[in-house]
Ligand binder design. Structure first.
Ligand SMILES: [Zn+2]
Length: 40
């Protein structure tokens, strides 16, 4: 796996999120952002 935390914390719990394809995934909350969000 080439997951990388990307240095972006979850806005809810501040755990480092994984970036997977075009999604940011929190280990607690699941997908927090995806590429349809302006965030990306
Ligand atoms: Zn979270």
């Amino acid at each position: 796996m080439s997951e990388d935390t990307g240095g972006r914390p979850c806005p809810r719990c501040e755990q480092p999120m994984y970036r997977r394809h075009c999604k940011y995934v929190c280990p607690r909350h699941g997908v927090v952002y995806d590429c349809s969000d302006t965030f990306y």
